[in-house]
Design a protein around this ligand. Structure first.
Ligand code: GLN
Length: 240
């Protein structure tokens, strides 16, 4: 990998990629390149070693069994854990979100060990949360209102070592009765939002880029036309 490029690693697209999660990679790459930051991105399938030297790691959503398999392989591999210990940025969606925590509910609801990278615990809920979600982000992060799509059976509670990412205005989110959505701690951020999340929420993409590369200038308005239009359309479509 070239030394000065921002290294983005997309973890296990063969197991964890639902609802266009690849869009998160496309969005980060585009918004970095427009700021003059070259990007080297690589997709790592579940039969490959996870490189430890990435700057940003992406994990997408997945069905129950691929999620269990992904967790098992990542635990055995150790690359993502080493990257997290170095302070790499990790952005994890839905199944990816659940599996970076301490434990999550497997295909039959059985507890499955996660990677233990962040202080959350997930289990299977009684109902599946499906549909549009809108949530207001922890103000200290300076990220605009989130819009996304969720589809998950799991529910997630956050321990003392991490903070909720946002408060739910519409939808289910963490689903543990706290009214929260997602989590963050250090440079690790998890969310139930698909959509893909970073395409609908460019300021969340910029937060991740800032964590990895330092402060960034805003993009010219001409580059925000389509993202703004998409956000407005999705937010107007729901009563939040
Ligand atoms: N299998 C997990 C659940 O249902 C995650 C689903 C997803 O990634 N969309 O909770």
């Amino acid at each position: 990998m070239t030394k000065d490029a921002l290294r983005i690693v997309w973890i296990y697209p063969d197991l964890l990629s639902t609802y266009g999660d690849r869009g998160n990679l496309i969005m980060l790459t585009r918004r970095a390149v427009l700021r003059g930051l070259p990007v080297e991105s690589t997709g790592i399938n579940s039969d490959q070693r996870v490189p430890e030297q990435g700057d940003i790691y992406l994990l997408g959503g997945g069905e129950d069994l691929p999620q269990v398999l992904a967790a098992r392989r990542l635990r055995a591999d150790g690359g993502l854990q080493a990257a997290a210990a170095r302070g790499a940025v990790i952005f994890a969606v839905c199944a990816g979100y659940q599996l970076i925590g301490e434990v999550f509910g497997g295909a039959q609801g059985e507890p499955v060990d996660g990677l233990g990278l962040i202080d959350i615990r997930s289990s299977r809920g009684d109902e599946r949360g499906v549909g549009e979600i809108v949530a207001d982000v922890d103000q200290s992060l300076r990220v605009e209102r989130l819009t996304g799509f969720e589809n998950h059976q799991g529910k997630t509670s956050i321990g003392a070592g991490a903070k909720p990412l946002a408060r739910v205005a519409l939808g289910v989110g963490n689903g543990d009765g706290s009214g929260t959505e997602g989590v963050y701690a250090g440079r690790i951020l998890g969310t139930y939002l698909h959509g893909p999340a970073l395409v609908r929420n460019p300021s969340l993409a910029d937060l991740l880029l800032t964590w990895a590369a330092g402060p960034l200038p805003p993009l010219p308005e001409s580059e925000e036309v389509w993202t703004t239009r998409l956000r407005e359309e999705r937010l107007a479509a729901v009563p939040a």
